[in-house]
Write a new protein. Structure first.
Length: 343
């Protein structure tokens, strides 16, 4: 059924389709009785799926990654797709338009997506106000970043502002320094600036009576040496975990004609092309650290087997993004069923 829906959706501009889909889901779920139907279609409630990770209790280990619900407009509706948690953002302190359009491209032959959105969002205050209208008990993560106009030496101020605004309305935080679509942002992944940034966020977090878990989202393009630095930084900064991985700037081993890829231009590639590298990063972090911290695995999960591979590599939870677009909400249920089949 979803393959038919996808065929028609994929005929149109990806960004316009995203907004259309959001409105369509909201409309469908506003019809009396449809929420109950969607719950039966997409949600599995089973105690054996529950996970306690970094102090939070997840109904199931399958979440939605950041980038899909950038502005916290869809989370109430997306909860009916069976997710155990939903990550909103990336949210910046001030609203910004993001990069020029077109900035979102399907790479259908490789079942991937290239985006250079550039943290387009309505700002932290707008997201926080929407999250105050939460009508679901799904766990919400807040993915935070800096504004494009903010220099790297002033980045800490942006992260602290977004952190403070979102603190009352999210369950955990994700520090995004790994998007390739904000100029020089990935420089913040280097050891010294990253350690300084995370240490200050942890210090701010600990001022609260009940601190929230802080996680770091990393790129798949890091070397083993840089991953060793990440392990050390997590330990020293005392953040709670890592999300592996963000999109890649690599264009290696794609089936799509190189002329098409070149015409698309810059941006982060997600989906199946990043699957193997994402799993390698998860395995490396888990083994080298001796599972010293939780890992959320994301990158190229398009099937039950893909999710199980991430979990077997050392992930405690998994997230979908591109796989959700290509496979639809039924994928969440199929993954949870596959996890239960192992019990």
């Amino acid at each position: 059924m979803y393959s038919i829906v996808r065929f028609f959706l994929f005929l149109f501009d990806p960004e316009k389709v995203h907004h259309f889909t959001a409105k369509a889901i909201h409309f469908i779920l506003s019809i009396p009785g449809m929420k109950l139907i969607w719950k039966k279609l997409y949600i599995i409630e089973d105690k054996r799926l529950e996970r306690e990770v970094f102090g939070l209790k997840f109904k199931n280990p399958v979440g939605l990654g950041a980038g899909f619900d950038k502005d916290a407009k869809m989370f109430n509706d997306l909860a009916y797709c069976g997710f155990g948690f939903i990550e909103i953002g990336t949210v910046t302190p001030l609203a910004q338009a993001g990069n020029e359009k077109p900035r979102l491209f399907r790479v259908k032959q490789d079942e991937g997506i290239i985006n250079r959105m550039g943290f387009n969002n309505d700002g932290a205050e707008a997201a926080a106000n929407r999250l105050k209208g939460k009508r679901t008990n799904v766990i919400i993560g807040g993915n935070i970043g800096k504004n494009k106009i903010t220099a790297n030496e002033d980045a800490l101020s942006d992260y602290l502002k977004a952190f403070k605004v979102l603190f009352p309305v999210v369950d955990y935080f994700v520090v995004n320094v790994s998007s390739p679509n904000t100029p020089n942002l990935r420089d913040l992944q280097e050891k010294e600036p990253l350690m300084a940034l995370l240490s200050e966020l942890v210090k701010e977090n600990n001022q609260n009576k009940e601190p929230k878990p802080i996680l770091l989202k990393i790129a798949p393009d890091l070397t083993d040496g840089q991953l060793d630095d990440i392990i050390e930084i997590v330990e020293k900064s005392q953040i709670q975990g890592v999300i592996a991985t963000n999109t890649t700037i690599s264009r290696e081993n794609l089936k799509t004609d190189s002329r098409i890829i070149e015409s698309i231009g810059a941006g982060g590639l997600s989906g199946k092309p990043v699957k193997n590298r994402s799993t390698e990063v998860i395995r490396y972090l888990a083994e080298k650290s001796n599972k010293a911290f939780p890992i959320i695995g994301i990158g190229g999960i398009h099937s039950e087997q893909d999710a199980l591979e991430k979990l077997d590599a050392g992930a405690d939870l998994v997230q979908l993004y591109t796989g959700f677009i290509y496979e639809g909400p039924g994928l969440v249920k199929r993954i949870n069923k596959a996890i239960l089949a192992r019990k």
